[in-house]
Design a protein around this ligand. Structure first.
Ligand code: PAJ
Length: 301
């Protein structure tokens, strides 16, 4: 595995791979690699790509300095994990290499969807995400870029950015990897106390209950949302941030379920904020355990 810190060298390495006839599969991350990231890397390998992984904790997308400071960093461990997962290029730039003039004066406006849900709880978050993703995709060049459904709103926004700004990248969505009890893998999980860890399963249970309600014929968005909120409220260690049921194409709140939809939830467990989401079962569609993102190229598709 080749390790690269300079952006222009990363660009050249991706260009060279393409010149030799290999497709580049790019997996952007903030490091602290876990099985969720491994899933994206595997998808890129299975697609026959040269696998490029970036590790960069992007300050632009953190709304609090404390959260940025607390974000786990361990490049040496990530290097070992990336090597064992078969990554070909590891791009790990410094902050000054990515932002030599400090905060960029030009950034990507995520539009209205960027202000809802995660965007409303974390103002400026998606502007920071899309700006760094645009930079990373510009360096990687024409490629397949892999993102997790764990961050479904991020995936949808990256897909829209690529579509609306003609970024020569195929955005690939990969299913969420979960712990044995359903908790979605996340770098933040390590911050949970044992009690909070036990309580955190409430997120997956709220999503599972929403799916069960739909399977039993419930179509009213408000009723599904209320059921999810009740499940979170029943957990004393959880503080609900939001529950939502959105149309998977428009991301508008669903009044009456009549097509592919996604349930989303965000809650705090002590100082740790967790998010999760799942596609709701829909006739003709897949259920929440193997669902792909509607309107996005699916892995293997
Ligand atoms: P990070 O949180 O490191 O996640 C990197 C990628 O891994 C994202 O596409 C995310 O959705 C995916 N991922 C995380 N947990 C997952 C899980 N349990 N199952 C499947 N995929 C999972 O997301 C970011 O970094 C940043 O915002 C980034 C896109 C790199 C821009 O800075």
């Amino acid at each position: 595995m080749e390790m690269i810190a300079e952006p222009e060298r990363f660009r050249r390495a991706c260009d060279e791979a393409r010149r030799s006839g290999t497709e580049v599969g790019f997996v952007p991350t903030m490091g602290d690699l876990h099985q969720g990231h491994a899933r994206l890397i595997k998808a890129a390998r299975d697609d026959g790509c040269l696998v490029a992984l970036s590790v960069f904790v992007n300050p632009l997308q953190f709304d609090s300095a404390a959260d940025l400071r607390a974000y786990p960093r361990g490049l040496e461990r990530d290097r070992v994990v990336a090597t064992s997962l078969g990554v070909d290029l590891l791009f790990a730039p410094s902050e000054s290499a990515m932002y030599p003039r400090g905060r960029p004066g030009i950034s990507v406006d995520p539009g209205l969807l960027g202000e809802r849900l995660e965007g409303s709880s974390r103002p400026g978050h998606f502007r920071g995400v899309l700006t760094v993703v645009a930079k990373l995709l510009n360096l990687a060049g024409p490629c397949r870029a892999y993102f997790g459904e764990k961050d479904a709103q991020q995936l949808a926004l990256v897909w829209r950015m690529a579509d609306e700004l003609n970024v020569p990248v195929q955005v690939m969505g990969c299913p969420t990897v979960r712990e044995f009890d359903g908790l979605a893998l996340s770098s933040r999980n390590a911050r949970l106390s044992p009690q909070e860890r036990r309580a955190s399963v409430a997120l997956f249970e709220a999503l599972s209950e929403a799916a069960t309600q739909v399977r039993q014929g419930e179509r009213r968005g408000d009723v599904i949302r209320a059921g999810m909120a009740r499940r979170i409220a029943a957990e004393p260690l959880a503080a609900l941030d939001y529950v939502a049921v959105v149309d998977e194409r428009t991301w508008e709140d669903v009044g009456q379920l009549d097509g592919p939809a996604r349930a989303l939830v965000a809650a705090r467990f002590g100082a740790t904020r967790l998010i999760d989401n799942a596609r709701l079962p829909w006739s003709g569609g897949e259920d929440m355990h193997n669902g792909g993102m509607h309107g996005l190229p699916r892995e293997g598709a």
